[in-house]
Design a binder for this molecule. Structure first.
Ligand code: NAP
Length: 287
């Protein structure tokens, strides 16, 4: 039995889809969900749905019954995540899970968002549970709204300087996770998962200009100014801070990789950002 946590989330759903597309019997797949009311679509796929909330250890214990392989998708309760993930790791140890794959962050560097991933990685390594670290890079989809905004305003804002971003489509990280769950030989491996292409934010602006035929330029701001701008755009303060801090990590090269772990796992090249620009512009009427 294979269990995917956070299965009502975007990456969770895509991983279950990838497991099914690879020919896995639906009855072998368990979707661990925090809110079963959101799981109608998963039930319709024929997979088992079990309640699993990282902050409620009793739900984790019952969800893990009979599970051999587990994908722990990092949660969203910032500040609580190491403890929450530890609850899952401890339950997996007691349940004698044979492989626990954890979605960490590319390079596990110094950016704020990497802190809880590094904390979880340390807990996992110390636990003795056979593990795989899926250090996911940025999703291409993170840029959808910036692309649409840039098409309207002619401006891409950020604090990432000349830093290169090795992003890939979210579905490609899901394919990699499914591959690791379905094949052998991944125990105690750390995969640095980044796209086969990479770009700077200035290059992203140039691609948007190319596809829209409009002038689009990149405006690199000091992190604090970028954070203030994001708040002005309506983002919650904590989120704006994390995004601006992530950009400073990008500037240091923390979301760039030359490794081809992702393409080797999924067996094909990843989606270039130009394709994501095309998709983002498709839903915005061009004047
Ligand atoms: N690589 C990147 O670019 C990137 C970008 C954003 C986030 N991330 C990280 O990658 C994860 C997966 O990405 P995503 O796109 O699938 O995010 P998402 O669509 O926001 O899904 C997050 C999922 O985590 C679940 N969750 C949160 N706290 C939980 C808890 N205490 N117990 C059980 N489930 C919990 C949520 O449950 P509900 O459905 O009940 O809300 C949701 O299903 C995120 O959670 C985040 O840690 C990565």
């Amino acid at each position: 039995m294979i269990l995917v946590t956070a299965a009502t989330g975007q990456l969770g759903k895509l991983t279950i889809k990838a497991l099914l597309e690879a020919g896995t019997e639906p009855s072998r797949i368990i979707a661990g969900v925090r809110n079963p009311e959101k799981a109608q679509g998963l039930k319709a796929l024929g997979v088992q749905v079990r309640p699993l909330d990282y902050s409620q250890p009793e739900t984790i214990k019952s969800a893990l019954q009979g599970v051999e392989r587990l994908l722990l998708i990092s949660g969203t309760n910032f500040g609580q995540r190491v403890q929450e993930h530890q609850n899952v790791i401890e339950a997996a140890k007691k349940a004698d899970v044979k492989l626990l794959a954890y979605t960490s962050i590319l390079n596990a560097g110094e950016m704020m968002l990497a802190g809880e991933h590094k904390g979880t990685e340390a807990v996992l390594k110390a636990s003795g549970v056979p593990y795989v670290l899926l250090r996911n890079g940025w999703y291409n989809e993170n840029y959808l709204s910036s692309i649409q905004q840039a098409a309207a305003t002619g401006k891409v804002f950020g604090a990432a300087g000349e830093g290169r971003i090795s992003s890939a489509a979210r579905s490609e990280y899901a394919e990699a996770a499914a591959q690791v769950l379905l094949t052998d030989g991944h125990e105690n491996q750390t995969y640095e998962l980044g796209g086969s292409n990479n770009f700077t934010l200035a290059e992203l602006a140039a691609e948007i200009a190319h596809q829209t035929g409009k002038e689009v330029s990149y405006h690199n701001l000091p992190a604090q100014e970028y954070e203030a701008l994001l708040v002005q755009f309506g983002l919650p303060a904590g989120y704006a801070h994390a995004l601006a801090d992530s950009d400073t990590g990008i500037a240091r090269g923390e979301l760039f990789t030359e490794r081809d772990d992702l393409t080797r796992l999924i067996g094909h090249a990843t989606t270039p950002i130009s394709e994501t620009v095309r998709q983002a512009l498709e839903v915005v009427p061009q004047s």
